[in-house]
Design a protein around this ligand. Structure first.
Ligand SMILES: NC(=O)c1ccc[n+]([C@@H]2O[C@H](COP(=O)([O-])OP(=O)(O)OC[C@H]3O[C@@H](n4cnc5c(N)ncnc54)[C@H](O)[C@@H]3O)[C@@H](O)[C@H]2O)c1
Length: 317
């Protein structure tokens, strides 16, 4: 079997740091090149091959792919939902053009696989909000959601037209302790743990009963690698797979934290992100991913909360 050589674009962010570390365990440190616009994240510094690379610079990506004999690209660079609403044209430009260039390189260089994440942001206020199915009404209202849904269609197109093996997951909000979130609408569910430990209080930018689908990073990383390792015949859709683990509101995550920190308090000051959250599903039906390639989540709200608090306590010393 041919040795895979992986390039991760945008590996300095919330997902990329942990995904780079996990992929290095699978393929070997030297076979996974991490890259980002920014200098290496402390966890990736001196930990394996790292280059500064702009996801918009197709020529530089193409040259690197040829020089290093890259066989797989994970494209993570993007502008997320909340940041995207502040600069819609830039978000469209970054999210679309990075993907189209990588798909083209994938065809030209006959890459074995490409990974590109989508999001629950593809859904909009006209989508059924409870147990949102894999295939349903899709009318996103944010530039981020529009770019993700368009991207899914391009991934499907490149698969059908050129046979490119592009795989994708619609991540829910992701919660992690190793790396920081990058400007999404679900970031509150990470900030709340930090503030609970530092100040024993948190002001949520979403209202108390705003339910959103969420997932612990350990599950998200494992899902990503399991999807990419699954035999090709298990890929029954080339749109992105719905994926789910848990669904909770700010009030419920606060209650889960209070089981460990009884004097923790929360109050609510919704901002512009409330409108984004109100247009998204409250829970996701991921039965297609479960039956196509065997997805199973490990963490629920209580087990995630215990793990987050334990690791953050250690990290904060
Ligand atoms: N974190 C989540 O909850 C979540 C949920 C759904 C989907 N996603 C998707 O997963 C992917 C990664 O998300 P994340 O949370 O790690 O995001 P992030 O914002 O934390 O990280 C993105 C990284 O991309 C880099 N980047 C931005 N523009 C770049 C460019 N032009 N060239 C190179 N690097 C560039 C940034 O420096 C950053 O390190 C994105 O496509 C995002 O849409 C994330």
């Amino acid at each position: 079997m041919k040795q895979e050589k992986v390039l991760i674009i945008g590996s300095g962010g919330q997902i990329g740091v942990e995904l780079a570390m996990a992929l290095r365990k699978v393929y070997g440190t030297d076979n996974v090149i991490a890259s980002d616009l920014r200098e290496a994240h402390p966890l990736l510094k001196d930990a394996g091959p790292y280059v500064i690379l702009d996801a918009m610079d197709g020529k530089a990506i193409h040259e690197l792919v040829k020089k290093e004999g890259i066989t797989q690209i994970y494209l993570l660079a993007a502008m997320l939902s909340a940041t995207g609403e502040k600069a819609p044209m830039k978000a469209w430009d970054v999210n679309m053009n990075s993907l189209l260039q990588v798909l083209e390189i994938g065809v030209q260089e006959k890459l074995t696989k490409i990974y590109w994440p989508s999001s629950i942001a593809v859904f909009g206020p006209t989508t059924p909000t409870l147990n949102t199915p894999q295939q349903t009404i899709v009318e996103p209202r944010t530039v981020y959601g529009i770019s993700k849904y368009t991207g899914e269609l391009w991934c499907q197109y490149y698969n059908q037209r050129w046979g490119l093996d592009v795989r994708s997951i619609r991540y829910p909000g992701l919660i992690s302790w190793k790396s920081e979130p990058g400007g999404g609408t679900t970031d509150y569910a990470v900030e709340i743990y930090h503030e609970a430990l530092k100040n024993k209080k948190y002001t949520s930018f979403l209202s108390e009963n705003t339910y959103l689908p969420m997932m612990y990073m350990d599950d998200a990383i494992r899902a990503t690698i399991e999807l990419m390792e699954a035999p090709v015949e298990m890929m029954k859709t080339r749109m992105s797979y719905n994926l789910s683990a848990m669904s909770f509101s700010p009030k419920e995550i606060a209650a889960a934290i209070q089981k460990h920190i009884p004097d923790f308090t929360i109050d609510y000051k919704p901002d512009f992100r409330q409108a984004i959250a109100d247009g998204w599903p409250k829970s996701i039906d991921d039965s297609v991913a479960r039956s196509d390639w065997g997805w199973r989540n490990n963490f629920d709200l209580d087990s995630m909360t215990a793990d987050m608090l334990m690791h953050l306590r250690e990290k904060m010393g």
